[in-house]
Design a protein. Structure first.
Length: 444
């Protein structure tokens, strides 16, 4: 603590610092890990319109690492983030075992692991609320107090169905009666994340430089007490300290806050600006993670039973209606490809944010899912699912395609994701959807 400012600088990974296996620091410390849920509504195109039980066009034909991406997954390869992605297929939602109501089963069961709670429809076809907290809010509760903002909820398309209860309207829920409304306007998201956040001004610079000088002296003394390999690492570290000192002396703080966006998420000529809004929201979340303002986020790209119009693809009907028209299967296919491309934008923003000797994506877990395998079938078996990121080293890299041969519980996936931010977690979901067995296929 110098001049009222906390300054910390880590040494390089030395043999003397590691545990007996050489795979962790002796004290167990690591960089913070983040969790994001990312949702798109109405599922994917079916594999064969003449046989609606034939599954969806999403998962690769090969399993294991090095799989060839399907057209739906190709945007991940195009943006250079496919290696961070594990595709999970053949899973079933145990929380939806009663098969009460298509989309409601799919979104509540997949993202919380609890069966939904039916509500009086009030004139709608159906209505429900989540039966328990969504997994992002479980993570936020486990990380409570470690960041200024526990979590941030974002949404891209405004064509959301609000008349069938909180299940279809919101992605994040702290509990059955605590849905969390997302920000649709990037300016409001900026205000939430950065409006009251300040970076230390230039007066702190002398303290930071003094700290580096003290570290340099400590390193030089340490060189006399370690082996030859560690002395070489320390010599390289001294060079890095000198370079860092120069950077601090001449540059602004590393956590540079973004300017307030001008994007408002307003329609232009009646058309949503999905790509522009998604790009801004993805960048804001990446910066918030890098600045450690929050470690939990959710993004609702399109809504469950939502009526997003993919006009950029030449379409003029709402997505939900299209998914129930077998003749529009190819249009749904193109919408899925576009959607995964927008997911790739977030992964790219996280990957491009340096952190330690890697990047923020290395220290994040992003769960992609939908509310059905395909809107045409309403099946909740084999819904599209991707787990992306390095999970702070806990997720397998490069990613794999794992297909369950036994219809494993999707809550197993939730537990694996939760354990990236809380390694002590032993369960996810509840009631008939609970899991105490993480999906080991995606764990490093």
């Amino acid at each position: 603590m110098l001049g009222g400012s906390a300054v910390a600088l880590g040494l390089p990974v030395l043999e003397a610092m590691l545990n007996g296996n050489g795979d962790a620091y002796a004290n167990g410390d690591g960089l913070p890990c983040r969790l994001v849920t990312w949702f798109f509504g109405n599922g994917c195109a079916v594999a064969d319109v003449n046989n609606t039980g034939a599954g969806i066009r999403f998962a690769p034909s090969e399993t294991g690492p090095g799989f060839t991406p399907t057209p739906q997954l190709q945007p991940l390869a195009d943006r250079g983030v496919l290696e961070y992605c594990s595709v999970l297929s053949g899973f079933d939602i145990a929380a939806a075992a009663q098969h009460r109501r298509g989309h409601h089963d799919g979104v509540a069961g997949f993202f919380s692991g609890y069966p939904f709670i039916e509500l009086p429809p009030g004139g709608a076809n159906y209505a429900s609320k989540f039966g328990g907290p969504s997994i992002d809010q479980v993570a936020a509760e486990r990380l409570a107090g470690q960041t200024v903002i526990p979590s941030v909820e974002l949404a891209i398309s405004k064509r959301i169905v609000g008349g069938e209860g909180p299940t279809l309207q919101y992605l994040s829920h702290q509990g059955p009666d605590q849905p969390l409304a997302p920000f649709f306007d990037p300016r409001e998201a900026w205000n939430k994340l950065f409006g009251n956040f300040t970076i230390p001004d230039d007066p702190d610079k002398p303290a930071r430089l003094s700290a580096l000088d003290a570290v340099r002296e400590d390193v030089q003394r340490l060189q006399m007490r370690v082996g030859a390999n560690d002395r070489m690492r320390l010599e390289a570290h001294l060079d890095a300290v000198a370079q860092l000192r120069t950077q601090i002396d001449s540059l602004a703080p590393a956590c540079t806050l973004p300017p307030q966006p001008t994007q408002t998420n307003d329609d232009i000529d009646g058309q949503e600006q999905l790509e522009a809004v998604n790009a801004v929201m993805s960048e804001l979340l990446a910066i918030a993670f890098a600045c450690d303002i929050t470690r939990v986020g959710s993004i609702q790209f399109t809504g469950s039973v939502g009526y997003t119009v993919f006009n950029m693809l030449g379409l003029d009907r709402g997505h939900h209606d299209l998914t129930h028209d077998a003749a529009e299967n190819e249009a749904i296919d193109q919408a899925t490809i576009f959607t995964i491309g927008q997911f790739a934008v977030l992964l790219e923003a996280l990957r491009n944010m340096p952190e330690g000797d890697g990047n923020v994506l290395d220290n994040s877990c992003i769960l992609l899912g939908s509310d059905a395998a395909a809107g045409l079938t309403h099946s909740v078996f084999d819904q599209p699912c991707i787990v992306a990121g390095g999970g702070g080293g806990s997720l397998v890299h490069p990613g794999v395609h794992y297909r369950s041969a036994s219809g494993e519980n999707t809550s197993d996936i939730l537990l694996s994701c939760l354990q990236t931010v809380d390694p002590e977690a032993t369960s996810a979901g509840g009631d008939i959807g609970v899991s105490t067995t993480p999906c080991t296929a995606i764990l490093a």
